[in-house]
Structures are given as structure tokens and as C-alpha cells.
Design a protein around this ligand. Structure first.
Ligand SMILES: [Zn+2]
Length: 430
């Protein structure tokens, strides 16, 4: 008992003492430009993590997700899973972070891969989403092991590929290989940037589909001899505006989604292409005069836990059936692209309760429970891994993700590392 009390008292200091190390680790991770697409430098960052954790007595497995989307010898999908067994058997706590970052885009005033520290913030692509969270979890784990070298159970840290492009070469692949089997791992924390005082329980569902309207090509000077696929699509858009969008706005959810605007069903029109393809930038001539015989639209429908995927699909099919009944020669196809079910971990689940108690101790305030508007790797841990005790918790301001001059606050990383270390103590030594 004495050791446990000592541990709790010592954690804030043990983490504070590692502040400079936490900064350096975050900077090192940012300086490995793991851009995805295409999936740069995955091996390099996995080896960096493997070397660090091997020296802390972790067993290392390097896993290439052969044959997954984007995997090639030029851009191999590497993942690293590090595991350290405790002295006696017990539950396993797993920290999962994605190692990929999105393109830099325009508007930066800092070097996106410089990892510069300025006014208590570390700048760079991926600083917030989510190399700061990865670094904080590593520091938390190392501090915990120093405080409790005889802990029972096991600790795992994974760095996984491709979260930004669906996670198929990362967590989904590992889950299929049994890495997230409930017999092996009991609690999962994903240090995505949800803010240090918030526990993210899950995410809304997603359904993407492509709708194509079909027409008949003819000379553009005699459109009456053809059938314009873009006009048919216009009728679909009209029906979306008059019936579908108002219906979605009425579908409110009990899920605590943030931001507030996403606390309902939503649908984005991702893209639309009708008629001739966008010209090659080197081509300076005019398009030829044709009536478009095809128009394609991709819809990105986000749905809530109160809906099921069948009714989400049916709703769009009903819109198309209505247009079809009202319009001559309306010919269309609809193709499923991908689908993810909504997921939400119970508030009474052990990892939720543990992180909540730790937030109260470290930050002296009650945690906020949130649900993410978009999906993240929890979907694969839940659906493929069948592991339910999973949340996202980590430092950083979600709104900064994917923006120019992305940064993570050092104080936020330090605080969330304290929370993670306390929860390790709670979940493993309790
Ligand atoms: Zn992320």
C-alpha cells in the first residue's frame, strides 16, 4: 500500500522532471516527415520508436501490412507494436497512436517539419495530430515503470500507419492479426488531440456512396437530341434541399458530439463531376460541344447511434426513387463506397472511469465526455478487434489538426502525461 501512495504523490514530479525529454521526443517525431498519402518514412519512425522502447525492455514487433491499400515496396505500410510484461500477470493497457500526418498545405509561417519550440508550443505537421499525444503516452509509460518496476499486467505502445486514410494498413490490419483481441489487451487509450480535460467515447457512423445519373450524348447546339445527365443530377440536388436536409436536421442525437453542430445527422457532398473531364492543365483550348451523358456525385453521410445503416441507405434510395417517379428518362446507379458503424464506449467502462478520476486529480475539474464527429481508429478496435474498453484521450486542440501552423502546447502534453500515468497506476496496480 505504501508504494502505491508514494507513486501517486510522485507522478506529477516524475513527469515534470521529464519535460525537456518530452519536448525533445516530440520534436524528433515531428522531424520524421511521415506524410500520408503516400506513406513516407513509416519504417524510419517505427525504427525510432522500436529503438527507444527496446532500451526500456519492451518486446518489439514490426508489422508490415502487406497488400493493404497503398502498400508497396516504395511505400511499405509499417507498424510497430511494443509490449512490456509486468512481473506478474494481469490486464494489459495499450496506447495506440497513428504515426502518419496529412499534407502540409499552404499558409505556414513555421517549418512544418522543423519541430520548433516557441512560447511553450511545439510547431509542425502532426504536432497536435498526434505526435504530441504519442510522445506524452511514452513519457507517461516510462515514468510509470520507473515508479512501479514490479507492476502487474502488461503495457503496450503501438505506432500505426494510415489512420488519415482509413487505417486499413494500420490498426485494421493489426486487429485482423489479433493484436486487439480482448484476451490479449483489455484497455485501449488512443491519444488523439481531444484536449487534456475531455474523454472521447467514440464517433458517429459514416456511409459514403457514389450516385451516377445517366444521359445521352449529342451535339451541344441541339441539346434536345440528347439527354443531359447534369440536369438529372440537378433534380437530385433539388430533392436533397427540399426534403433530405431538413429531415437530417431533425435527427438529433444523445451522443455528446463536439462541436455542437455535429450533434445530428449530416451529409456533405464530397464531389461532383459531370460532362467532360477537367482539362489537362497544359491544354489551353476549349471543350467540345457535347451534352453530358454522365454525372457522378459522392456523398459523405455521417450518422448517429440512433440510426442504423440500412435506414441511412434507404433514405437516399427513397430520394432517387422519388425523382425517378417524377422525371422522364431518369436513369441512375448508386454504389456503396465504404461504411463505418457509430461507436460509443459506456461511461461506466473501466478505462473511462479511470481516466475521469485521473483528470479530476491532475486538473482539479470534472472531465467532459465527448464524441468525435468523424471516425478514427476506434472503429477497427471495436469492430474487428471486438474490444469495447477503448477511448480517445490526449493533449492538443482538435481544431488545429490539419491546419497550417499546427502546434501542441507543452503544458498540455505534460498534464495529459500525468493523467495517463495515474491511470496506468489505477488500471494495473489497483
Ligand atoms: Zn489523428
Amino acid at each position: 500500500m505504501e508504494a502505491v501512495d508514494l507513486g501517486i504523490a510522485a507522478f506529477p514530479e516524475l513527469i515534470e522532471a521529464r519535460r525537456d525529454e518530452l519536448i525533445a521526443l516530440t520534436q524528433d517525431l515531428i522531424r520524421i516527415p511521415t506524410l500520408n498519402p503516400p506513406g513516407e518514412a513509416y519504417l524510419e519512425i517505427c525504427e525510432y520508436l522500436a529503438n527507444r522502447l527496446r532500451s526500456r525492455k519492451f518486446q518489439i514487433e514490426m508489422v508490415r501490412a502487406h497488400g493493404t491499400p497503398g502498400d508497396s515496396d516504395r511505400y511499405p505500410r509499417w507498424n510497430v507494436v511494443a509490449r512490456r510484461e509486468g512481473r506478474t500477470s494481469g490486464p494489459c493497457v495499450h496506447f495506440n497512436s497513428h504515426i502518419d500526418v496529412v499534407e502540409t498545405g499552404h499558409g505556414w509561417t513555421m517549418d512544418p517539419f522543423g519541430g520548433e519550440l516557441k512560447d511553450g508550443k511545439i510547431y509542425g505537421r502532426g504536432s497536435c495530430d498526434m505526435k504530441g499525444g504519442l510522445a506524452a503516452s511514452i513519457i507517461a509509460v516510462e515514468a510509470f515503470i520507473d515508479a512501479f518496476p514490479d507492476f502487474s499486467g502488461a503495457i503496450e505502445i503501438s505506432g500505426t500507419a494510415d489512420e488519415e486514410t482509413g487505417g486499413y494498413g494500420g490498426v485494421a490490419y493489426l486487429a485482423e492479426k489479433g493484436f486487439f483481441d480482448p484476451s490479449r489487451v483489455q484497455h485501449v487509450i488512443i491519444p488523439e488531440p481531444l484536449n487534456k480535460d475531455r474523454v472521447c467515447l467514440g464517433h458517429r457512423g459514416v456511409w459514403w456512396a457514389e450516385i451516377e445519373t445517366k444521359g445521352h450524348i449529342a451535339h451541344g447546339s441541339m441539346p434536345f437530341l440528347g439527354d443531359c445527365a447534369v440536369r438529372h443530377m440537378g433534380a437530385v440536388l433539388q430533392e436533397f434541399e427540399t426534403s433530405l436536409y431538413p429531415a437530417l436536421a431533425r435527427k438529433l442525437t444523445a451522443m455528446p458530439v463536439v462541436p455542437e453542430g455535429a450533434r445530428q445527422s449530416t451529409m456533405n457532398i464530397n464531389s461532383m463531376h459531370g460532362g467532360q473531364a477537367e482539362p489537362d492543365p497544359d491544354f489551353t483550348g476549349f471543350p467540345s460541344a457535347c451534352v453530358p451523358d454522365s454525372c457522378r456525385m459522392v456523398v459523405d453521410r455521417r450518422y448517429i447511434i440512433e440510426e442504423n445503416s440500412d435506414e441511412v441507405r434507404q433514405e437516399i434510395h427513397d430520394v432517387l426513387a422519388k425523382v425517378s417517379a417524377e422525371r422522364n428518362d431518369f436513369d441512375y446507379e448508386i454504389r456503396d463506397m465504404w461504411h463505418v458503424s457509430p461507436t460509443m464506449t459506456d461511461r461506466q467502462a473501466p478505462v473511462v472511469q479511470s481516466i475521469s478520476r485521473s483528470i479530476e486529480k491532475v486538473l482539479n475539474k470534472s472531465p467532459e465526455y465527448v464524441v468525435s464527429p468523424g471516425t478514427y481508429d476506434q472503429k477497427h478496435i471495436d469492430r474487428i478487434g471486438r474490444l469495447k474498453d477503448c477511448i480517445a484521450y490526449g493533449p492538443g486542440i482538435l481544431d488545429l489538426a490539419h491546419q497550417p501552423d499546427e502546434y501542441v502546447g507543452v503544458d498540455d502534453m505534460v498534464d495529459s502525461a500525468k493523467v495517463m500515468a495515474l491511470s496506468l497506476q489505477d488500471l494495473l496496480n489497483a
